[in-house]
Design a protein around this ligand. Sequence first.
Ligand code: CP
Length: 323
Amino acid sequence: MKQFISAADVNDIQALVSQALEYKQHPLLHKTLGQHKRIGLLFLNPSMRTRLSTQIAAQNLGMEAIVFNVGQEGWALEFEEEAIMSGSTVEHVKDAAPIMGQYFDVLAIRTFPSLKNREDDYSELFIRQFIKYAGIPVVSLESATLHPLQSLTDIITINECLKANPLPAGRKPKIVLTWAPHVKPLPQCVANSFSQWVNAWGEADFVITHPEDYELDTQFTNGATITHNQEEALKDADFVYVKNWSTFNNEYGKIYCNDPAWMLTNAKLSRTNNARVMHCLPVRRNVELSDEILDGPNSVVTQQASNRVWAAQAVLSNILQSK
Ligand code: CP
């Protein structure tokens, strides 16, 4: 694996899941693989799970991890080619990234979308420029449109749940991605990425449900059944993935409908096949997801977040082995 920015960078998702689950059983299996190697974790935006789990994963492989909160502590970076830097940006990525490429063996980056200009966000300029100028493998810690480490974690967690409670032979799990209300417009990254990975994995009956006007980019959702009827979507679901996202079509990055009736409750969950409930976290309680669900027996959100370590470890291991 030369980089990890989307499902397209993975040849065999199931093999990567198996490797991650092996690390879960034996965290120090390859404790010297990353010896004398260094990963730079660059955060242009906040994080808790991604930052800590990736540091732990690197440590389990014997790799040194250095965190740099570029967004708060670094020089303001310019990403546009041929920019006249007379504004607030201080250093161009074409000057900064090659230096990081000398300091580190792997570079991992978190950068959120602006939600102001769809074309800019969906061009993935920030992460593309790091790939272009760093000269070393780049790992996405969430980019403008995708969150691949989260999605790999989600597939790992679904696999674990299916192993613990197998479905009848030959039946694929029904996985429902449902939109949920929120107080502010959020990126489409997690929903895009989850859709891309479930489709690429190919082992599920995949349904996406959201209010009108919340259609996601079809490059990620093609292959899924899409409906505005949440009640119908939830029927017989084995997994329900809850997530808010802002509008993609028409007016980009906005909240149109914010109907609290879209929040998942135990009454709605009763329509499912005792579905496991997933969320990437952080979550706004009783806005995006109810206390009764989050604190109830069907929630796997903590298991999901703990699996972030094994997802990151499997990815770093693959990158180290291909260097
Ligand atoms: N799910 C996730 O990426 O969490 P953080 O933003 O805390 O890293």
